[in-house]
Design a protein around this ligand. Sequence first.
Ligand SMILES: Cc1cc2nc3c(=O)[nH]c(=O)nc-3n(C[C@H](O)[C@H](O)[C@H](O)COP(=O)(O)OP(=O)(O)OC[C@H]3O[C@@H](n4cnc5c(N)ncnc54)[C@H](O)[C@@H]3O)c2cc1C
Length: 246
Amino acid sequence: MSLKVILVEHTPNPEVLIAKAAKLCYSSVGIEEMNESMDSEKTLKFINNLMAMGHESPVEHVSFTFAIEGVSRTLTHQLVRHRIASYSQQSQRYVKLNQFEYVIPPEIERDEYAKEIFVKAMEADQTAYDKLTAHLTAKYIDEGMVTSAAEKKSIEDARYVFPNACETKIIATMNVRTLLHFFKQRCCNRAQWEIRELAFQMLKLVKHVSPTIFKYGGPSCLIGDCPEGKMTCGHIAAVREKYSQL
Ligand SMILES: Cc1cc2nc3c(=O)[nH]c(=O)nc-3n(C[C@H](O)[C@H](O)[C@H](O)COP(=O)(O)OP(=O)(O)OC[C@H]3O[C@@H](n4cnc5c(N)ncnc54)[C@H](O)[C@@H]3O)c2cc1C
């Protein structure tokens, strides 16, 4: 199963809203004047000034919501470390996985021997899950539980055998400030391949909606020095090329 991300919703007129917030900050206007419609030239000017000053709080008024599937629990564990965001993830507690889907890392996919070991491990996990579910369900029914409750209770514990590779689905909402921070960290070559690909796809989606806001969206090195020091990937020119063409 491969990574899929769609932009579900976003704050309407994101660039205009941010420009209005900036206008209130930097002009002697009241809220009525702030709310007057702005032409695209003024909108662009306010947003560019904000970004140049690094004044980030006005961009918090705009949020984007993504639906993500075909990713591993390894990825979502990394994703939810970004605390200034909201998440809803498909539950393994309530959804019985008759044949769980999993993500195979590309390096393993390309290597026949490694892939064989990997797939066998996945199959063993599914077998253990099925056996545990059947055993526990029968036991709980014997103890007097109705079948639906017994099955629900059994999968709560049987799911512990599932691996990090297990495919999952998640909805994530981030405001623009969080997104810019997320792109700095996760578009970087030092981020793991899976979350880096997700960040790249998310950036493409938001840049399509708000090209001015996300003009400099991408890894830290896109407009500044690499913050990774000795751990730098050493490919700054190629990274800048990739993101400037987005
Ligand atoms: C390449 C890479 C390697 C990583 N390796 C590891 C690792 O080995 N182990 C590990 O545990 N994590 C690791 N991480 C995760 C990393 O430490 C962060 O947890 C994750 O990137 C989220 O970043 P954040 O906290 O800045 O984001 P958010 O949680 O979205 O927070 C955004 C910003 O809000 C502020 N903030 C949020 N909460 C607090 C708070 N409680 N107190 C003060 N300020 C706050 C901070 O300024 C923060 O930068 C790695 C991340 C990357 C990109």
